[in-house]
Design a protein around this ligand. Structure first.
Ligand code: SF4
Length: 183
């Protein structure tokens, strides 16, 4: 006859405890993922696959041997088989050329290494993470190629030609010492 007062074996109790902990951690990770997607104004169908500073979704660095360049997006999303790079610029509310160039480089290297062209990248601007899509167009890629060529020429010793603009120089910290300042 079975004793109804018999206690649950220790192994079973431990198993239930371990399962409980696993479910708790899984729930915590899912909540964090959802909050990141909502906070960044991202589509719910996007799957977060890499995130800088995360142990669970390690950041990814892309390196191109042919270009000798590397890029490290703040995060990566998977959408309809494509990999979408995401950069967060907490100190800037405005999208600057340098933000777009860095995003274009992410997309160029992702295409070279993963073999699939990202249709766009996402910039999250400022503390409120205003979302801006940077489309991956032929025209923008030609601009990136021209910038890379210019950088190479400067590295090879051809002097850089400054093209200052008053709007940029006005807010530049080194304008008083700069010989090319437009203000
Ligand atoms: S002040 Fe000089 S360094 Fe600053 S933005 Fe203008 S040209 Fe560039």
């Amino acid at each position: 006859m079975v004793d109804s007062q018999q206690s649950v074996p220790t192994e079973i109790a431990l198993l239930i405890l371990v399962l409980g902990v696993i479910i708790f951690i899984w729930d915590l990770l899912e909540r964090r993922r959802e909050s990141l997607q909502k906070g960044g104004g991202l589509d719910k169908s996007s799957e977060l696959i890499s995130l800088r500073g995360s142990d669970n979704l390690p950041p990814k660095e892309y390196f191109s041997k042919s270009l000798g360049l590397s890029s490290r997006p703040d995060a990566l999303l998977k959408e309809d088989g494509a990999i979408i790079p995401v950069d967060h610029k907490p100190l800037s509310n405005k999208v600057r050329d340098r933000h777009v160039i860095a995003m274009l480089l992410h997309m160029k290297l992702i295409e070279e290494i993963e073999g699939i062209r990202p249709p766009y990248g996402i910039l999250l601007m400022g503390k409120k993470r205003r979302s801006t899509r940077i489309k991956n167009t032929e025209e923008k890629m030609r601009w990136l190629d021209a910038v890379i060529d210019e950088m190479r020429s400067i590295a090879d010793g051809i002097p850089a030609i400054p093209s200052p603009s008053a709007a940029k120089c006005r807010n530049c910290d080194v304008r008083k010492e700069c010989d090319h300042s437009a203000v």
